[in-house]
Write a protein that binds this ligand. Sequence first.
Ligand SMILES: [Zn+2]
Ligand SMILES: [Zn+2]
Ligand SMILES: [Zn+2]
Length: 376
Amino acid sequence: MANMDGKSLLSRKKSIPIPPPPPQSAATGYPCEYVVMNNLAPRGRSSCVPTATRDLWERLFNEGYKADVRINTDNGGIVYAHSNIIAVASPVLGGMLKQANRSNRWRSISTFGVPHDAVRVFIRFLYSSCYENEEMKEFVLHLLVLSHVYAVPHLKRECELKLELGLLTIDNVVDVFQLALLCDAPRLSLICHRKILKNFKTVSESEGWKAMKQSHPILEKELLESMIEEENSKKERIRKMNEKEVYLQLYDAMEALVHICRDGCRTIGPHDKDFKANQQPCRYTSCKGLELLVRHFAGCKLRAPGGCAHCKRMWQLLELHSRLCADPNSCRVPLCRNFRQRLAKQSKKDEIRWTILVEKILKTRGIGIAPCFRPL
Ligand SMILES: [Zn+2]
Ligand SMILES: [Zn+2]
Ligand SMILES: [Zn+2]
């Protein structure tokens, strides 16, 4: 129970890592589903071994020929087995058998706290690596625990795979998560953790969650914390995306401004150029808005920097331009040089604010900055 609080899994995680690739079948190297799909096993049964071998081991388990072990289960149930087989399949069972009580040929061991049928499915798997899909569905959590406790890694991988491929649901995800932590199944616990966060509202109203809240309040607290962390990082991602969009729009406006003042576009342009004759479709998205803004600026009576909101915007764009402009001496944008000359008189605070803005715009734009603007 030492690691039930999930500290090792949760506390060092800022963002949820992607789980490693799914485990392969121990016997064939193929995922077990592959073998089932290739009809090596009867319908509804999963197996990783060829039919003849499997049938031999199935018979040995079912008929119990020369069995010498009685495994006592809940409610007085008994599963019969062969000591040499189960000891080889599970070192833990091997250790238990060495110390087991012996009467005549029989040795007795006990596995309590797990349904009798789950123990039977477990022991059968030790013989033939076979199970019925229905039984796996019903006992997957018990089999996960048994395979961990008795150190049977290929069954453990099979349980993890089955859960991952469909047996893991919103109803059982909290239970599976706790078991995955308890049974040292890191890939499964990550998958559960992601499922919990993805379906947090429904999961946090499930019976499993309520039970965990009672039995492992620290784990609940950590899950809540990681949920908050996840939401914050989602908000941060959206904020960054919006910010990027604003900087890209500003850069586009800067290019459009130079383009209007140098080439002319639609209805406005340099007075010494016949730009209306040669109208190409414009590639700047900001051009139309800028055209209206420049027209307004030219005609507005309140054209002071602190006056009308449109003019204020225009002043800001002009100032930003002058800070990006690579060659104010040959630039056609109005006031470009004037702004440059005023730079020296600007307060330190304003200076820093503008420098940061320019850097962010250029950085967001990355490669492909027009030569008329300041290189990085
Ligand atoms: Zn244009
Ligand atoms: Zn105005
Ligand atoms: Zn300029």
